[in-house]
Design a protein around this ligand. Structure first.
Ligand SMILES: [Zn+2]
Length: 499
């Protein structure tokens, strides 16, 4: 099955065929770096990480460029407020971006260009546009002329006459057409500016992506990605500039857009005051929870960012990690050492079929909800063959080795399920869950010690009462030679919190 990808440009699922296989040139609009980034920025980062990994798995060689917008009004404003330079602000928040990016354990991009390092190319492209009569300069400001680009609106499907109805005619008298947009803005006094043939100033936002693509990937690329919020006007304008500067060349073959987070139904944006930064989330929860939330939904669907969706992600993760933890106890870090027979042989056949099924889902526009449904089938099947607290047998060891290998292979593409200490990870989730159960670990430990004392004093009735008390609160106790461990009765918890 060929890899099919939804192309926003043609609004259809298309067979993916790069311009020059095996090379795939991919660009994704990165963030403006003036503050900690919100979870929405990282929905894109997690999704494009998967798209890139999938292409590499298919044998392509991916050049993945993800930029930083380090020239922007918001950066300049923040630098003024804090009495520092714009570059100090942007460098600080690029570092902060990578802290979150690395906590999420995503694969580094091939190149992370910045606008400040791409100004020669910005100026070169603007000059070509002026020479081609696609742009004009008025009082040090350069505008792109919408009327000069016949197919304007082809990505978003917006018509220029409809767009014109929506703008106030008197907005900017310098423009020939109210829809024309800035390629170069003249500097206001005492603000960050750069030399250009049109005087001191700085680039408009849209031109930077075109310049960085030209500089690092060339005039034509295979995939351009970004959030759906960038479709218009940003990406529409990118097409206009890029194609007007390279006549006869299609700028991007496949336009890919990921959908947004909503916050209890309302669109997330900083102005609404309901933004959550990635940092705030990662201070509270493991990155696995965020990645599970993002990847278990289809990239073209909205995701409601809520406590309920966090709990749902924890439920899914705990089902997979519990199976992996049990499997690793049975497998004992060993490999299969005999010819498979019976249930193990059947399970191996089943996993082969599921592996094909999972790949088909990825090839169908990265249908991750179906991939995850297959994962849960595998977990359920494994649990039926290797129930909890079952005796170790060679066959169960083999079945355990098979599921461990399956998830190890799958985890690479998703950058998920790769916390190698399964038990530790489950323990960290249990600590989050008891908070939601209004319990404290210290209190649980105290009750467990009290029960052990009762047992030492042969007061078995008191010991049983304490066990029942903890069980009724949704905890499971596991006695062993060195003492007693507790864990959350996760099946009970998640069942209770199902929406
Ligand atoms: Zn862009």
């Amino acid at each position: 099955m060929a890899f099919k990808l939804f192309n926003t440009l043609n609004k259809t699922l298309e067979d993916f065929k790069p311009l020059k296989a095996p090379l795939v040139k991919m660009y994704c609009c990165g963030p403006t770096v003036y503050d900690l980034l919100h979870v929405g920025n990282f929905r894109g980062a997690v999704f494009y990480n998967l798209l890139r990994n999938h292409l590499e798995d298919l044998g392509y060689e991916v050049q993945f460029v993800y930029n930083f917008t380090d020239i922007d009004d918001k950066i300049i404003k923040k630098a003024k407020t804090l009495n520092t330079t714009p570059s100090e602000i942007s460098e600080k928040y690029i570092k902060e971006f990578f802290k979150d990016f690395n906590t999420l354990k995503l694969k580094p991009h091939s190149i992370n260009p910045k606008v400040t390092e791409s100004l020669d190319e910005v100026i070169r492209v603007i000059q070509i546009l002026i020479d081609n009569k696609k742009a004009y300069c008025v009082d040090g400001e350069v505008f792109f002329s919408i009327e000069s680009f016949e197919t304007y609106g082809k990505l978003s499907g917006r018509k220029t006459d409809e767009l014109l109805n929506g703008v106030r005619k008197s907005v900017d008298t310098k423009k020939k057409n109210p829809l024309d947009f800035s390629l170069w803005k003249p500097a206001k006094t005492d603000e960050q500016s750069f030399d250009s043939p049109w005087g001191k100033g700085r680039p408009g936002w849209h031109i930077e992506c075109t310049a960085m693509i030209h500089k690092h990937l060339g005039e034509q690329i295979d995939i351009h990605g970004g959030g759906l919020d960038l479709l218009f006007p940003h990406h529409e304008n990118e097409i206009a500039q890029a194609e007007a500067s390279c006549p006869g060349k299609q700028h991007v073959k496949y336009w890919v857009h990921n959908n947004m987070f909503t916050f209890s139904g309302s669109k997330m944006s900083k102005s609404l005051g309901n933004t959550r930064t990635m940092r705030a989330f990662l201070d509270e929860y493991p990155g696995e929870i965020f990645k599970f939330m993002v990847l278990s939904a289809h990239y073209r669907s909205e995701i409601d960012f809520s406590d309920q969706s966090i709990i749902k992600a924890m439920d899914g993760l705990s089902r997979v990690y519990s199976a992996l933890s049990k499997a690793s106890e049975h497998a004992h870090n060993q490999k299969i050492d005999a010819t498979l027979t019976g249930d193990a042989l059947k399970f191996e056949e089943y996993i082969k079929e599921k592996t094909v099924s999972v790949l088909d889902h990825y090839n169908n526009d990265l249908a991750t909800p179906k991939v995850f449904a297959d994962f849960f089938d595998v977990v359920r099947h494994f649990n039926s063959l290797v129930p909890n607290n079952t005796k170790l047998t060679p066959e169960k060891k083999e079945i355990s080795c098979i599921i461990l290998e399956f998830f190890e292979n799958q985890s690479k593409k998703l950058s998920l399920f790769n916390e190698k200490s399964y038990r530790e990870f489950l323990k960290s989730m249990d600590h989050l869950l008891i908070e939601k159960m209004n319990l404290k670990a210290e209190w649980i430990e105290k009750r467990i010690n009290f029960r052990l004392e009762a047992k030492t004093n042969k007061d078995y009735s008191l010991a049983d009462t304490i066990r029942d008390e903890l069980t009724s609160k949704g905890l499971l106790l596991k006695d062993h030679n060195e003492g007693t461990d507790w864990e959350v009765d996760r099946a009970y918890f998640f069942n209770k919190h199902k929406s």
